[in-house]
Design a protein around this ligand. Structure first.
Ligand code: ZN
Length: 439
């Protein structure tokens, strides 16, 4: 779960928010927003955020993940044990270094507020120490009673994650085994690439964190938390976004909540009057000063206060890269997805791009050498075209149709293509490859 550290009730709200109790569980904060560009770091739907605001814990949240560990019981009296592996009487297979268990208590459980991480060099990645009975019962060697061998099966922190042990709950599972539930907590401070949105669908990711002294500011000295791009407004016609900015501005100046309910809420004229009453321009625009040069901007900038929510598309949970790694067993292509340390897809459009550049060796590199390249043997004895193989015992190539001493050639293809040929064969269709000389 994501839990915001300092949630606020929105300055501009609707009557429905009262009756649905929304104000008792708010999910955002009131941001000071200016609609302007700055060096292009908020182009398209990017936003620029004030670094000082972030350091004052604007939009800061905690991420809590729950882990469950259970000591299962197997038929035959065997059972898993929650303990510090290696401290029992039995030999433990796959034991980790002593340091990996050093933060565990003698019951195999960690202490709350202990830092565990798969990212830093500390080897503290074990959440619950656990050992399991061997998979297969071994035969006794000789007449001597042997020490039982157990397997290390500790519960680890998810790959690529870290945090503080928040809570450790111990209870009983259905088959009266021990059930341990651990919550792991991480602070998520807004950073480049994190996503935010107002309640009008105006979403965007942080394109830059700007130091407070470099941010533009109003003649009153107000520095915005957020700069959004003017192009985000006209085509989307989110007029309510603009209205809420004015409403929030009046509300924050007068210390009152603004009713933004459709048809019945506070009218635009009233809000404009409110701006004038507080010494602002009735348009909501104000003269702003360039924080880098100290000069006034020639155009007035529309600025106000509006409720923003942090969306849980955090860049820290999406960042991913791979050089080499695991492959799928069926196709022998790299695995897919961040959780499986997958490769980055080189799709059709990327392929088309390289074709249009004539970069044939790059295509071969991506599609074969760095993926599922395969040297396929093909028999060409009078155009046979069947797939041949190399018999390692007799040290000769064999065509299942023509037999030994056939004219076998090696062709570079992808393993996925070989798989297609094999699957067609299983359907009773023998595909033949017509070989030609490479020009
Ligand atoms: Zn053949």
């Amino acid at each position: 779960a994501h839990i915001m550290h300092y949630p606020q009730q929105s300055i501009v709200g609707t009557r429905a928010m009262e009756s649905t109790n929304f104000n008792n569980r708010p999910g955002g904060q009131n941001f000071v927003v200016a609609i302007m560009s700055q060096h292009g770091y908020n182009m398209q739907d990017a936003v620029i955020m004030n670094r000082a605001s972030v350091e004052r814990a604007l939009a800061r949240s905690a991420f809590v993940r729950t882990y469950n560990a259970e000591n299962k019981r197997f038929p035959g009296g065997q059972e898993e044990r929650i303990e510090v592996p290696g401290t029992g009487l039995d030999e433990v297979k796959g034991l980790k270094s002593w340091d990996s268990y050093s933060h565990l208590e003698r019951d195999g459980l960690p202490v709350p507020e202990e830092w565990v991480s798969t990212l830093d060099k500390s080897e503290k990645t074990v959440l619950v120490g656990k050992t399991s009975p061997p998979r297969f019962l071994e035969e006794a060697h000789g007449a001597f009673l042997q020490a039982q061998e157990r397997r290390e099966s500790s519960m680890m922190v998810r790959h690529g994650e870290e945090g503080w042990i928040d809570n450790v709950f111990v209870t009983e599972s259905l088959d009266s085994g021990r059930l341990v539930r651990i919550t792991l907590r991480t602070n998520k401070i807004p950073e480049l690439g994190d996503k935010f949105a107002s309640r009008h669908g105006q979403k965007g990711v942080i394109g830059r964190l700007v130091n407070e002294e470099d941010m533009p500011f109003t003649v009153d000295g107000v520095i915005p938390d957020l700069l959004i791009n003017p192009h985000a407004i006209p085509s989307r016609m989110t007029v309510a976004h603009v209205l809420e900015m004015i409403g929030g501005k009046v509300g924050s100046m007068e210390g009152r909540k603004i009713d933004g309910t459709a048809f019945t809420g506070e009218k635009e004229d009233s809000l404009r009057a409110g701006l004038l009453r507080n010494g602002f321009n009735h348009t909501g625009r104000e003269t702003m000063v360039n924080g880098e040069t100290g000069e006034d901007y020639t155009a007035d900038v529309f600025a106000g206060v509006i409720y923003y929510q942090r969306l849980h598309h955090l860049v820290s949970s999406k960042l991913h890269a791979r050089s080499r790694g695991r492959v799928q067993i069926l196709t022998r292509q790299p695995t897919e997805g961040r959780a499986r340390q997958g490769g980055l897809r080189f799709g059709e459009m990327e392929r088309d791009c390289l074709i249009s550049h004539g970069a044939s060796m790059v295509i071969k590199d991506r599609l074969l050498d760095e993926s599922d390249g395969w040297n396929l043997m093909v028999c060409n004895t009078s155009g046979c075209g069947h797939i041949a193989y190399y018999d390692w015992k007799r040290r000769t190539t064999v065509c299942p149709y023509c037999g030994d001493r056939s004219d076998v050639h090696t062709v570079q293809t992808s393993y996925a293509f070989k798989l297609l040929l094999d699957e067609m064969k299983s359907l009773g269709v023998a595909m033949r490859l017509e070989l030609g000389d490479r020009r």
